[in-house]
Design a protein around this ligand. Structure first.
Ligand SMILES: *[C@@H]1O[C@H](CO)[C@@H](O)[C@H](O)[C@H]1NC(C)=O
Ligand SMILES: *[C@@H]1O[C@H](CO)[C@@H](O)[C@H](O)[C@H]1NC(C)=O
Ligand SMILES: *[C@@H]1O[C@H](CO)[C@@H](O)[C@H](O)[C@H]1NC(C)=O
Ligand SMILES: *[C@@H]1O[C@H](CO)[C@@H](O)[C@H](O)[C@H]1NC(C)=O
Ligand SMILES: *[C@@H]1O[C@H](CO)[C@@H](O)[C@H](O)[C@H]1NC(C)=O
Length: 409
């Protein structure tokens, strides 16, 4: 896995502008949630793709759970540095699966389809595939976003035919996808990455806008961008539609935008940038233009790519595929609050992660030598308190280095 070398190169190439820090304010608040998380989910992304579901005990720890086939196939991007199938981080993105209400949506990168599952109301690891996977109008789907409010699901594809397409869903399953909104990336199937690819699709907190992060390739003067598609709800009584054209902007000082999370209660988004670390963006509600609020380089990083926000700590947590640690960052100015070194557990680094209740669940697919594993962190003590309480290997469930994604109910 040499993609971190690419990112290191990018860091030296990217034009990094200095940005004054946002107004400081001290906040150290610990919230306790009543809704304790019930299960985590990821995709195996193997030839016979499947969703792995693991139950969460009251103390936040995981145990081996179920494997449910998606009816589609997984795939691997090509690592541009080695020209070999990329592992770990087979899909070079965040949100390979997502949850909306009692449903899970999962991409099938090798068969260009999307699968939908129902989560059993009394057993969160019992999944039922609804209908057949639906065909996508693009290649190599690697990220999916779903809106409960609009009963809409959108998929990002990042192969030769790339862009965004959407569909509506109901309890009985998915409708046909609509036409592709192209990103016009010059790519192949599978894509050669990690640069010049789609990173993540996600809806804004109020679900009025669909966001996409797209990585540039600074080595060829191809700037990454943040894409915004408004959701049109104006036709009363008709299903909401996602705009066919987007507003694209390249926030100053960013180059390789990757995983993101909405900052609650604001038009702000916390993003990672694989070339340096983390940043806070403001996505203007009127113009849909994203601009930089603050950015923070992370010393010693290889590729900071995944982000989640904990409502208990009111901070962001980011991971790096090449460094085995979790870095906690401020939601106001992206400054580093704490770093939790996990090197003792032997993983090469971490990819997708999700905060839920007092815990954070972070996936390490491993590299074939090291097994796939999930590290569970307890953040109940508030900011700066994150500590590992479990490192569960997934070998017994058949999950390997191709695994991707993290979702929690
Ligand atoms: C960032 O914000 C924190 C409070 O959230 C403050 O303590 C710190 O000084 C700020 N950092 C910078 C570089 O302004
Ligand atoms: C939940 O469902 C799975 C799949 O059917 C089953 O293996 C597991 O035992 C169930 N768990 C409980 C607590 O019933
Ligand atoms: C697309 O990429 C290929 C391979 O790098 C290159 O040869 C080709 O010129 C590019 N096409 C365009 C339109 O940029
Ligand atoms: C990128 O663009 C800048 C400004 O136009 C130019 O100076 C530089 O040579 C270009 N770099 C590459 C690799 O094309
Ligand atoms: C896998 O990761 C471990 C831990 O970082 C490392 O010791 C090992 O050399 C890696 N193996 C490969 C094939 O990259």
């Amino acid at each position: 896995m040499l993609s971190h070398i690419i990112y290191a190169l990018l860091a030296s190439l990217a034009i990094i502008s200095n940005v004054s820090a946002a107004p400081s304010h001290s906040r150290s608040k610990t919230k306790w949630t009543n809704n304790s998380p019930k299960a985590v989910y990821l995709i195996t992304n193997d030839q016979q793709n499947a969703v792995a579901a693991l139950p969460i005990a009251a103390d936040g720890t995981l145990s081996a759970g179920t494997i449910t086939l998606t009816g589609g196939a997984g795939s691997n991007a090509i690592d541009g540095a080695t020209e070999q199938p990329a592992t770990p981080d087979a899909l070079i993105g965040q949100s390979a699966l997502t949850i909306a209400g009692q449903h899970i949506f999962a991409v099938n990168p090798g068969s260009n389809t999307l699968s939908m599952f129902a989560i059993d109301a009394s057993n969160s690891t019992k999944l039922t595939l609804l209908g057949q996977p639906v065909d996508l109008p693009g290649d190599f789907p690697n990220t999916v976003a779903a809106s409960v409010k609009h009963k809409t699901v959108c998929v990002g594809t990042t192969g030769a035919t790339n862009g965004v397409s959407c569909s509506s869903f109901s309890r009985s399953g998915l409708s046909a996808m609509d036409g592709l909104r192209s990103f016009n990336l010059n790519q192949t199937t599978p894509p050669v990455g990690p640069t010049n690819t789609v990173s993540q699709l996600f809806f804004s907190e109020d679900e009025s806008r669909l966001f996409a992060t797209v990585k540039g390739d600074p080595t060829v003067n191809n700037t990454g961008f943040f894409s915004v598609f408004p959701v049109d709800t104006s036709s009363w009584g008709k299903p909401a539609t996602v705009a066919t054209t987007d507003v694209r902007s390249s926030p100053d000082g960013t180059a390789v935008l990757f995983g993101s999370a909405n900052i609650p209660g604001a038009s702000l988004v916390f993003v990672t940038d694989a070339s340096f670390g983390g940043a806070v963006l403001d996505v203007d509600p009127a113009t849909n233009v994203a601009s930089l609020v603050a950015k923070q380089a992370i010393d010693g990083q290889a590729a900071t790519c995944w982000a989640t926000i904990s409502s208990v700590t009111n901070s962001a947590f980011v991971t790096d595929v090449g460094v085995n640690r979790v870095v906690e960052m401020s939601l106001t100015n992206a400054s580093i609050i704490a770093e939790t070194d996990l090197s003792a557990n032997g993983d090469p680094g971490l990819i997708d992660l999700k905060a839920a209740g007092n815990f954070i669940y972070a996936l390490s697919p491993g590299n074939g030598t090291t097994p796939a594993a999930i590290t569970v962190l307890d953040v109940s003590g508030g900011q700066g308190s994150a500590k590992s309480i479990q490192h569960l290997t997934l070998t017994s469930m058949g999950v390997d280095k191709n695994a991707q994604g993290m979702a929690v109910v």
